[in-house]
Write a protein that binds this ligand. Structure first.
Ligand code: UDP
Length: 245
């Protein structure tokens, strides 16, 4: 039997992944389809943590540009990520995967507080853990949350699932037909070239903690499994200098 390449991964889904065709809000059939795909990977024995963004419901920065206090706007965004986490946890439970939501902002009637040791225990017991409410502080993103939590739980990689984007390019492939896709990159190259995979705080944190990142297209069914089993799809970002340099 083929063994998975990774034993413990953190999957980052943007909030938009849950919105389906509508692009905003939460589309339950879309969430159910993602949950089914995650279940299939989980069945192969891989330990899975999830971070889900909130951009389908709310983003702090535009709200603050429109006149709202930035901190208040960001807390609103963090609460959006909790809504997404609860919906995804429900969908995972429905397909038979034991799942726990842990929030960086305490709301004990709704979810567990984030406690690293407990998260690790859940993972070891085969439960999926969803980290919600970001890092619990304004001015951060769920990308940074992914890098931080991945370091804390010693994940082998962050799987950065993108909607309709199959990797990292040297230019926007939707605007430039000649844009070239990278198979491999280093975090340093990402930072130097200003490539927009994650925000720079998240990239630096991944670089400093030697966390691999795989950027791939979520919209192609079966891709999470392909990445976990080491198939070369998307773009892999590592701390090491790539051979192509
Ligand atoms: N947010 C925050 N701190 C965090 C994580 C998120 O303030 O640690 C807020 C921020 O306002 C952000 C919103 O939550 O715009 C939604 O998160 P994000 O933009 O990362 O979601 P995604 O783009 O991945 O859907």
């Amino acid at each position: 039997m083929v063994k998975p390449k990774y034993n413990r991964v953190l999957i980052k889904l943007s909030g938009e992944a849950l919105a389906g065709e509508k692009g905003v809000g939460i589309d339950i059939p879309t969430v159910q389809a993602i949950a089914q795909e995650i279940k299939e990977v989980h069945d192969s024995g891989v330990e899975i943590a999830l971070v889900i963004g909130g951009g389908n419901l709310w983003r702090g920065e535009p709200a603050s540009e429109a006149g709202m206090d930035r901190v208040q706007a960001d807390y609103t965004g963090m609460l959006g990520t909790v809504m997404n986490a609860l919906v995804m946890a429900d969908a995972l439970q429905h397909v038979g995967v034991d799942t726990r939501v842990q929030t960086a902002i305490a709301m004990q009637q709704v979810a567990e507080p984030y406690i690293r040791g407990r998260a690790l225990r859940h993972l070891q017991k085969g439960r999926i853990v969803i980290f919600a409410a970001g890092v619990g502080s304004p001015y951060f993103s769920t990308d940074t949350t992914s890098a931080l939590r991945a370091a804390e739980i010693e994940a082998d990689a962050i799987l950065m699932a993108k909607n309709g984007v199959d990797g990292v390019y040297n230019d926007d492939p939707r605007k430039n037909a000649d844009a070239i896709k990278f198979n491999e990159l280093t975090h340093m190259e990402v930072l130097k070239r200003g490539l927009k995979i994650m925000d720079s705080t998240a990239s630096s944190l991944s670089m400093d903690n030697d966390i691999d990142l795989v950027v791939f297209n979520l919209n192609e069914s079966g891709n999470i499994k392909r990445v976990i089993f080491g198939e070369q799809i998307g773009t892999t970002v590592t701390s090491k200098i790539s051979d192509s340099e």
